[in-house]
Design a protein around this ligand. Structure first.
Ligand SMILES: Nc1ncnc2c1ncn2[C@@H]1O[C@H](COP(=O)(O)OP(=O)(O)OP(=O)(O)O)[C@@H](O)[C@H]1O
Ligand SMILES: [Mg+2]
Length: 252
């Protein structure tokens, strides 16, 4: 608010985005704004388009219609500037890739490295700090494939932190993660949001929603609802998002 940080706030604007994979319509005219300074939760059933939405925001998937901007920039430009940190869904992580945990987290620093591309003391310090924040300091030298699923998730969260990204996208960071690690990640995301970052996180853990998020988006190929967590959790709202019929609900 004071304008003391160098980077301007980077909100996400999704305008009329549709994505098709051949004959499958994964997203259909999605309109969404994600504001900085808060945690926004993305909720929806399997196949509702959550990961596709993340990939549209990172620029990995090109919409068939509509556009995405991040702080007013295209996804490609925002990514080049290191604005966007992305923690992919586990299924999209190649655990066999032969790199250590430290190296994964150091990837977050690539946008900060000088012309030599060699990490400097500040980069190593950022990696150490990020590993400490996700409580993985002891496992830095391990191969990424030699971590448990939950530890691997935390390593990718650490990469986003080390990157110092203004926008953090986390695709199901709590899947397969124990309650203690989940609480650690929730606390961290809240700190990052309080620091003015834009945080969009998908989850199937509806119980954790009130602690996790300030706002919720219900997705079913299109945005069914965007607003307060308490309203999103109302049975008829969840019913719409999860494709259940309710008596008297004749919404077209
Ligand atoms: N690479 C792809 N090629 C073809 N179809 C795809 C591809 N990726 C996703 N889809 C389809 O697009 C739809 C949306 O998938 P998406 O992965 O975005 O859903 P999701 O909400 O992330 O689901 P989940 O909760 O299971 O992770 C699904 O019908 C899925 O089968
Ligand atoms: Mg997904």
């Amino acid at each position: 608010m004071s304008g003391s940080t160098a980077a301007p706030p980077a909100g996400i604007a999704v305008t009329g985005v549709s994505v098709r994979y051949r004959e499958i319509v994964a997203l259909d005219d999605v309109h969404l704004t994600v504001a900085p300074g808060r945690v926004t939760a993305l909720i929806g059933m399997n196949g509702s388009g959550k990961s596709t939405l993340f990939k549209s925001i990172t620029g990995m998937v090109r919409p068939t219609a509509g556009e995405v901007t991040i702080g007013g920039q295209t996804p490609a430009a925002a990514r080049r500037r290191g604005l966007v940190g992305y923690v992919p869904q586990s299924e999209d992580i190649d655990a066999a890739f032969p790199v250590s945990v430290r190296e994964v987290v150091m990837m977050g620093r690539y946008g900060h490295l000088g012309i030599t591309r060699r990490p400097r003391a500040a980069d190593h310090a950022a990696v150490d700090a990020a590993l400490a924040r996700v409580e993985l300091s002891d496992l830095g030298e391990r191969q990424i494939g030699e971590l448990s699923g939950g530890q691997r998730k935390r390593a990718f969260v650490a990469r986003g932190i080390a990157q110092d990204a203004r926008v953090l996208l986390l695709d199901e960071p709590f899947a397969g993660v124990d309650k203690k690690s989940e609480a650690t990640i929730v606390r961290l995301l809240r700190e990052l949001a309080a620091d003015g970052r834009t945080v969009l996180v998908s989850t199937h853990d509806l119980h954790a929603l009130p602690t996790l998020a300030d706002e919720a988006v219900l997705l079913l190929r299109r945005v069914v609802f965007q607003g307060s967590v308490s309203e999103a959790l109302r049975p008829e709202m969840l019913g719409r998002a999860f494709g259940l019929e309710f008596p008297g609900d004749h919404a077209a």
